[in-house]
Design a protein around this ligand. Structure first.
Ligand SMILES: C[S@@+](CC[C@H](N)C(=O)[O-])C[C@H]1O[C@@H](n2cnc3c(N)ncnc32)[C@H](O)[C@@H]1O
Length: 283
């Protein structure tokens, strides 16, 4: 069992990992444009060695492995045993990709080995981000690149801001530290730049990337709204806010959140804006 350095609210080797695994297809659709933008920024070349941090079920690892094949290699590292098992099982034959279940903040990594440290939304959960990024930077070759995509603040991401606002008068919001480990820990651009600089990275660039997320999908608009509601209740900040609430409050919240999603555009989908940073830096 890996030694977890992630925040206790994100039990990636337990409940959070199980919920993520149960919603993989939806989450891959939700994150696709963001991941593709980060992969384009990474500009991986044939023959390169890549570490995919917090690789989850391996979607970005597979895409990168296709780019570095046949002589390169992608190592996906993730703290969730369940997600690593899905990645291993789902890896297409003949792709130069492997997976390791470990805490990327402390895992023994070969020094000066990788051309690229990459992540699709897998680096915001470290309790001590400066120590974690310092540790991972040592695994980069001199001049090697760091490229990742992470969320901007929750207030800039309508897929979380709108449903959370819908339940504000039903479930009192828990006091939140915006810098705490979690999906929105790197929302503050200056704080993120300071963390990477303190970890020894140079040429740090943090660029906004905005896109419309297809948050729910279905054969009809009603199905799509139901799908969005179901997803919000299963993964993400709303699911955590409602996790320990009594049934009647959850039912009241479901009505309010459904009405919110129903006001969003979309035909067989629920379209909501998402806001991320594409981060690049060098060793
Ligand atoms: C938001 S999910 C993203 C998963 C995947 N990159 C994707 O885009 O589908 C965050 C991932 O980071 C992993 N993770 C969190 N903390 C980690 C750590 N300290 N070391 C390795 N992986 C970690 C989680 O297990 C989870 O798979």
């Amino acid at each position: 069992m890996p030694d977890s350095q992630t925040a206790p609210t994100h039990d990636w080797n337990g409940d959070s990992g199980t919920r993520w695994a149960a919603n993989l297809a939806r989450l891959d659709l939700m994150l696709e444009d963001f991941g593709n933008a980060a992969i384009a920024a990474a500009n991986a070349q044939p023959g390169e060695l890549i570490l995919d941090i917090g690789c989850g079920s391996g979607t970005s690892s597979f895409a990168l492995a296709r780019q570095v094949a046949p002589d390169g290699h992608v190592l996906g590292v993730d703290i969730s045993e369940q997600l690593v098992e899905i990645a291993r099982t789902g890896a297409p034959a003949n792709l130069p990709v492997g997976f390791c279940c470990a805490d990327a903040a402390t895992a023994p990594l070969p020094a000066g080995n990788f051309n690229l440290l990459f992540s699709r939304f897998g680096v915001m959960f470290f309790n001590d981000p400066v120590a974690a990024f310092t540790h991972m930077r040592r695994a980069l070759k001199p001049g090697g690149r760091l490229v990742f995509v992470c969320w901007r603040g929750a207030q800039e991401n309508d897929w979380v801001r709108l449903p959370m606002a819908a339940i504000r008068d039903i479930v009192a919001p828990a006091p939140a530290d915006p810098d705490a480990p979690g999906p929105f820990a790197f929302g503050d651009r200056q704080r993120l730049a300071d963390i990477l600089a303190a970890a020894g990275f140079a040429a740090i660039d943090i660029a906004p990337f905005d896109t419309t997320i297809s948050y729910g999908r279905g054969a009809t608009r009603e199905d799509a709204v139901d799908d969005a509601l179901d997803m919000a209740f299963q993964v993400g900040p709303l699911s955590r806010a409602l996790a320990d609430q009594p049934g009647e409050l959850r039912a009241e919240a479901a009505i309010a959140v459904r009405a919110t999603f129903a006001r969003q555009p979309g035909v067989r989908s629920v379209l909501i804006d998402g806001a991320a940073w594409i981060v690049t830096a060098q060793n």
